[in-house]
Design a protein around this ligand. Sequence first.
Ligand SMILES: *Cc1c(COP(=O)(O)O)cnc(C)c1O
Length: 413
Amino acid sequence: MTKSGFTTTQVHADRQYNTPEDGAVHTPSTNSVLFEYKNAQDIVDVFQGKKAGHVYSRSSSGSVVALANQVNALEQGNGAVCFATGMAALSSTFLALFKHGDHLIVSQYLFGNTRSLMNTLADMGIQISFVDVTSLQDIKEAYQPNTRAVFTETVANPVTQVADIQAIGRYCDERGIMLIVDNTMTPPPVFLAKDAGVSLIVCSLTKYVGGHGNALGGAVVDTGLYDWQTFENIKPAYRVADTAQWGLTQIKKKGLRDLGATLAPEAAHKLAVGMETMGLRIPRSCDNAKHLATFLDNHPKVSNVYYPGLADHPQHFIAREQMLSGYGAILSIDLAEDIDPIAFLNQLQLVICATHLGDNRTLALPVASTIFFESGEQERQKMGISDTMIRISVGIEDIDDIIADFSQALDAM
Ligand SMILES: *Cc1c(COP(=O)(O)O)cnc(C)c1O
């Protein structure tokens, strides 16, 4: 196929990168756990990595590999592996690549569950420095001789701090360390992590990629920019064949084969269908978010709006430069002091009170008392999360309806 636009590519990706049979336009979800080999030598060759093939669906299956090929094409990578959830992709990547005594520089503004995972890694002897990733200086000061990687999200939630990925990428390249980025909040077409120098992209497919709130999934994409030959943690068994595949091979063996964090075939199919409309859904959500942020920013009953698309956001200019289109569709607000956030949320009629993001539907929830409750007050303060903050994930509904709902709820307060 000749080079085509984003949505054309997505809609035809399954046919282009995979080979569905009988003229099917989707790769079917095959539920076989085992795979027969008529010639025993073939199963030996597949086990030894000399031949491509599936042997047991915990490690690989047609439906999941088909999705991985599409995710890889989406991020213009060198290879991808899919997992049961975004957290499975994250935990598998970190457990597969790092060991006791390694040091990681990690964003202090992380998705709460990822922060909790980092604390588990620290308990296991992986040293972690949590830094303010909006400051390259802070990252540089955290560097140690045993630093193996920098890990950050593109746009943090709920406060929407934006890391300058390109600047961090250049620094990691100078140091010869890996840059791992969680691109859940800004998948293509909003942001192309490879262009910014990212080594490994980790992503929850549950959010914008799937988009419909009906399937969990995660992925790791190797951009091909990191030289695995310089990474001493690759086991001798995986230092074979194409050096560009060493990292993903180890992540696949440890994460899928050993940890068993495998994506179900039916979920892979649902996520692949969701991917087809990313180019329609995501820009629409981003556009809606910008309109809603502007409305809320001008409302007397809202004291703060956190959204990178607003000119007074501290990293607005980085976001404007870095993102190819839009500013994401997550924003957070603080209501005027005397308004009870619970009463306000109960007043919303269209907007759903739920803990999820990147959905077709607009969602809102109080953050300090829910997803960041376990973090405790001190950690929340460091992340800039106020006690009354409300996070909003803006969906694809008609913007007039979204604004009307927020407007009536604010009026009632
Ligand atoms: C939701 C989310 C995850 C985890 O993804 P799941 O698919 O729910 O496991 C990881 N990182 C970020 C930034 C997320 O928003």
